[in-house]
Design a protein around this ligand. Structure first.
Ligand code: SF4
Length: 259
């Protein structure tokens, strides 16, 4: 089944292990633990460069390539990330840059790569506007105003822009969130559920239990069907596989179609 990053890109490139954003639902942290790249959950918040990934020559992929998929672009790895993206662009690739963006990083990426902006699509993850919700689920990531400013900056600098609202962290505010961001989006707004909660989210407090329960209840099929009804006529909206399965839309049949 085509799911996750394969819905967006034919290839994935990363240059770091670990991510200071430390999202509670992080899939990459679980994968890093499983393959022994980190020894404990606590190690994940420290970003370190993967040997050999920066100077590697990059091929031309047969479709859009996503960078990064298993960490984020943060101050600690910005120079290395810029080097990797530059090599992908020089190999004539179309690059999907995905981030919970810090304004400073996006400013530098836009400045350094402006000549190649027609090969770049930004996809900023903006899962909610509420500060308390974001601090709980994505404790190290930029707050909503900084993500919005980053989106505005990329848009005003003439880059193609898109947003990922995956996972939906605040269903009640979702339509208003989309209303605020859509004037700054040139390409698409992806919407998806939180996946594999039991495997990825540790319930170590009553607050965590209550938040997980809230997310589970907001992801009930009827609420997803209602959400689909309210947004299905918006041409910017794309549905992740987790929602297509609920509403009965056909799944992607090959990777990288981004539809
Ligand atoms: S930004 Fe992505 S890689 Fe970083 S902790 Fe969050 S989900 Fe994991």
């Amino acid at each position: 089944m085509i799911r996750g990053t394969k819905e967006w890109a034919v290839a994935e490139v990363n240059c770091s292990i670990g991510c200071p954003h430390d999202c509670r639902y992080c899939y990459a942290r679980v994968a890093a633990l499983d393959r022994g790249a980190i020894q404990s959950v606590g190690e994940w918040s420290r970003s370190r460069i993967i040997d050999g990934e920066i100077d590697r020559q990059r091929p031309r992929y047969p479709g859009r390539v996503m960078f990064p998929t298993a960490h984020d672009i943060v101050e600690e790895n910005l120079n290395e990330a810029l080097e990797v993206i530059s090599r992908l662009l020089e190999a004539d690739n179309q690059v999907l840059i995905v981030s919970k963006p810090s304004l400073s990083c996006i400013e530098q990426i836009c400045d350094r790569l402006s000549r190649r902006r027609n090969q770049i699509l930004f996809r900023f993850t903006i899962t909610a506007r509420d500060g308390d919700i974001l601090r709980f689920w994505e404790p190290g990531a930029p707050a909503y105003p900084e993500r919005l400013d980053s989106l505005r900056l990329a848009y005003e600098k003439g880059f193609a822009t898109s947003v990922s609202i995956e996972p939906i962290l605040d269903l009640e505010d979702l339509v208003d969130l989309i209303g605020e961001i859509e004037p700054l989006v040139t390409d698409s707004i992806w919407v998806g559920k939180m996946n594999r909660i039991e495997e990825r989210v540790r319930i170590e407090s009553s607050e965590a239990a209550a938040e997980v329960e809230r997310i589970r209840s907001e992801q009930h099929d009827q609420k997803i069907l209602d959400l689909y009804d309210s947004l299905k006529d918006n041409p910017l909206i794309r549905w992740k596989e987790s929602i297509k399965l609920v509403v009965g839309l056909p799944l992607a049949t090959e990777s990288g179609l981004d539809i």
